[in-house]
Design a protein around this ligand. Structure first.
Ligand code: PEP
Ligand code: MN
Length: 337
């Protein structure tokens, strides 16, 4: 339930309302919007007589939110969620460009690519150290050694770091090296992982599951928010459809749909979304034109020898050209790079 608190209510009275809701077994989350306190009381809301709550002096209105992802909804939090990571303010008019290899393969590879993506204008370096591979015989990532290399390469070029975590037991370690913790498509509904990344108190990049509806995706975000971590970035990375000419079907509809439903920033991964190098730039341009808050792009200086996802990785020069184009589109849609 969403309680809008009367504007003349004292902080003491707001605390009293919060306490009464908590005593009824509900968790209470607060936002301040336009000088008004909004309280989301979530949990088993049959525990209270809401008509009585409506008569509480502090309550201006009490209404149920028409979507199940109450904390992720615009009803609870009308303004866009904005937070800083490194040099970038995610969710603001400034677009965030995250780029780097699919997997960290070694020192030389990581430093070469970090230099290239930083020069082009990225502010966050991506790179997997724990890789969710379809085959158990494929390269599984360098683990902690990979995280160390990624951190050093990013630091050398003033970049923040995003890296995937696959197992709740790895969260503490990944969060030690990364500025943003990535939950991959395959783990979007791994609820123990979501709980653990929420506790890590680092921003979470939550990829959409390959067969997840937008509502399921937002419910996964709700798991992170309800566990006290409000810094969630949604990432559309393509869904599974009947189409076989591309690796996935990048659902650009999701951008305006999520923007209306939720205050959370949304970025797009055109690399996994298409699976093909020559399709990455057109879909990246379209994503920004459609209102995405940024991009996550795979870049490799020697994709023919990449240990994962070479065919969808841009050459550094292609990424550089893409950023030039994104700058131009950003200007048209009131954003900047
Ligand atoms: C990735 O970004 O490296 C990745 C594995 O992506 P996804 O979870 O979207 O497949
Ligand atoms: Mn990849």
């Amino acid at each position: 339930m969403l309680i809008r608190v009367r504007r003349d209510t004292s902080e003491t009275a707001v605390s009293e309302v919060t306490e009464r809701l908590r005593l009824a077994g509900l968790a209470v989350h607060r936002t301040d919007h336009d000088g008004q306190v909004r309280l989301a009381a979530v949990g088993d809301d049959t525990a209270l007589d809401w008509n009585e709550v409506r008569r509480w002096p502090a309550a201006e209105s009490v209404e149920s939110v028409p979507v199940p992802f109450e904390l992720a909804s615009r009803a609870f939090h009308p303004a866009d969620t904005v937070f800083s990571v490194g040099r970038c303010t995610i969710g603001s008019e400034q677009l965030v460009l995250m780029a780097g290899p699919c997997s960290i393969e070694g020192e030389e590879q990581a430093f070469t690519i970090a230099a290239a993506v930083a020069r082009a204008g990225a502010t966050v370096m991506r790179g997997g150290a724990y890789k969710p591979r379809t085959s158990p015989y494929s390269f599984q990532g360098l683990g902690e050694e990979g995280l160390k290399i990624l951190r050093r390469a990013a630091d050398a070029h003033g970049l923040a770091v995003v890296s995937e975590v696959m197992d709740p037991k790895q969260v503490e370690q990944v969060a030690r090296y990364a500025d943003i913790v990535q939950v991959g498509a395959r783990n979007m509904q791994n609820l123990s992982l979501l709980r653990e990344v929420a506790r890590a108190r680092k921003p979470v990049l939550l990829k959409r599951g390959m067969a997840a509806t937008i509502e399921e995706w937002l419910m996964s975000a709700e798991h992170v928010l309800s566990n006290g971590n409000h810094q969630v970035i949604l990432c559309e990375r393509g869904i599974r459809t009947f189409e076989s000419y591309t690796r996935n079907t990048l659902d650009l509809n999701a951008i305006p749909v999520v923007k209306e439903l939720s205050h959370l920033p949304v970025i797009v991964d055109p690399s996994h979304g298409t699976g093909m190098r020559d399709k990455v730039a057109p879909m990246a341009r379209a994503a920004i034109a459609a209102g995405a808050d940024g991009l996550l792009v795979e870049v490799h200086h020697d994709p023919d020898h990449a240990l994962s996802d070479g065919p969808q990785s841009l050459y550094p020069a292609q990424f550089d050209e893409l950023v030039r184009q994104i700058r131009a589109i950003a200007g048209v849609v009131g954003r900047s790079v």
